[in-house]
Design a protein around this ligand. Sequence first.
Ligand SMILES: [Zn+2]
Length: 225
Amino acid sequence: MRQAIARGLFETGLSPVFPAQAECRGIDEGYAIDYAGKRGGREQYHGGIDMPAPWGTPMIAAASGTVVGKFQGERSFRGIEIVLRHSSDDTGIPLWTYTQYAHCSEMPTLEVGRRVRMGDRICPTGNTGIGQTGVQSNRRRPAIHFAVFFSTREQYVEMRNVIIPADGYWMDPVALFRKTLPLDSSSMKSLPEAEKRIPISVMFDSGETFPADTRVVWPYACTRK
Ligand SMILES: [Zn+2]
């Protein structure tokens, strides 16, 4: 845990601001909140953000990228998950970034190595993942767990069903929507309060994006108001 905190797993105070004309799925459990209560007292912080959604709602690719891992996650709190890696050409951000989509209701059909485009359907929302009792918890609300990692290096390893970027860092997923450096947690935490409200780029159900030229979108499509 100490190592995760040193690598950016702590609260930054960022909050998402959705476009005025968009109805989007908001966060109910934020980045790096204390999960010790949910994890049987063990020190643990939330590695991503959760957005509840009705069962089966498609999770969508937050950016174009390549599938680097997908896991059944029988012994994971995250359940069925898929991980994409994005180059700087994919996102416009001069880093390698990784997006992780978890609690899928079923194993994604996308194969490792496949390219996906921003907004492609990744998997349907479910509630897979074990609870603190160590078994699949059917009481969990359906939601996406969305996490982001980054590195200046291209390489990653797969270790015990987890994708670990070489020299990687945790990112507050809301920071991804700044689309510009810095986006590390220390810099985010020290931003002036006014700059902690981050405008979120989105894709609508129609497939249109806002802004039109964005290369990053919220991992659920939004509805036009
Ligand atoms: Zn989560």
